[in-house]
Design a protein around this ligand. Structure first.
Ligand SMILES: Nc1ncnc2c1ncn2[C@@H]1O[C@H](COP(=O)(O)OP(=O)(O)OP(=O)(O)O)[C@@H](O)[C@H]1O
Ligand SMILES: [Mg+2]
Length: 148
């Protein structure tokens, strides 16, 4: 949950490529971001099941931005190391921040009348997830890796 992919000793030979940056402002942007994540995953050989998992994660995080922050940005990053290929989703907003991350990660916790299942789903579906949040800035990074 807290380990940053950038602390990996393979950093020196890690190649990150930001495949796309999608502003999240309206509902249709969620679809755009979903499609971008699918495309980026397909491009490095992820199967359709993983593509669907990524699209689900992007949907949940983007919907949270629209609901709780208003607007934000989704970045889809393709990461290659000698042993792994990963897709990293970075979702950033300038909203009010998440009050209590531990609460927010708990299934059933919602301040917006939702089911409170979005963030727990992201945690479950991805290999790594990190949350940086304070009033004025929230950055959620989540990655899915496959052996090369
Ligand atoms: N980008 C964000 N900015 C501020 N608060 C957030 C953000 N994303 C999530 N939260 C907080 O974390 C809580 C849990 O989010 P989560 O996605 O798990 O559930 P939900 O959005 O309330 O419901 P669901 O996703 O099941 O419809 C939210 O209710 C909200 O309080
Ligand atoms: Mg949600």
């Amino acid at each position: 949950m807290t380990k940053s992919p950038r602390s990996d000793p393979l950093d020196a030979v890690t190649r990150d490529e930001t495949v796309c940056v999608i502003p999240i402002r309206v509902q249709e942007d969620i679809l755009r971001a979903r499609q971008s994540s699918r495309g980026a995953a397909a491009a490095i050989g992820f199967g359709t099941v993983d593509q669907t998992r990524l699209a689900t994660v992007v949907s949940e995080l983007a919907r949270n931005i629209l609901t709780y922050a208003g607007t934000g940005e989704c970045r889809v990053v393709s990461r290659l190391t000698p042993v792994e290929r990963s897709i990293v989703i970075e979702m950033e907003d300038s909203g009010p921040g998440i009050d209590d991350i531990a609460d927010a990660m708990m299934p059933g916790y919602s301040t917006g009348g939702g089911l409170g299942l979005g963030l727990p789903a992201v945690h479950k579906l991805m290999d790594h997830m990190s949350v940086e949040t304070r009033p004025g800035r929230t950055l959620i990074q989540a990655s899915m890796a496959r052996r090369r």
